[in-house]
Design a protein around this ligand. Structure first.
Ligand SMILES: [Zn+2]
Length: 90
């Protein structure tokens, strides 16, 4: 993917804005490349689509991680309870 869209990645690095949506910002490197024809609009659209897909994947991964944390937390809470119970008996 990085090889396929290497030129776009480079353009984004050249863009002077940090939170640029690369849509309508004047002075945006991507927008200028699109305007001059240096960057094919079709490719730019595919890249945007890819980023959206990757974003979805990231969100899913994070959701799974959070679930794991929750389960681990419950296990720890149970262990702590058992340890305290054992202490109480003694
Ligand atoms: Zn930009």
């Amino acid at each position: 993917m990085e090889v396929m869209f290497g030129d776009i990645e480079e353009l984004i690095k050249l863009c002077r804005f940090h939170d640029c949506s690369h849509n309508n910002e004047p002075g945006c490197a991507v927008r200028e490349a699109l305007y001059s024809g240096a960057l094919d609009r079709q490719r730019w659209n595919s890249w945007l689509k890819l980023q959206k897909e990757l974003g979805h994947l990231e969100a899913k991964k994070e959701g799974r991680l959070r679930l794991k944390e929750k389960q681990a937390g419950r296990r720890i809470a149970k262990l702590v309870k058992e340890i305290y119970k054992g202490k109480g008996k003694r």
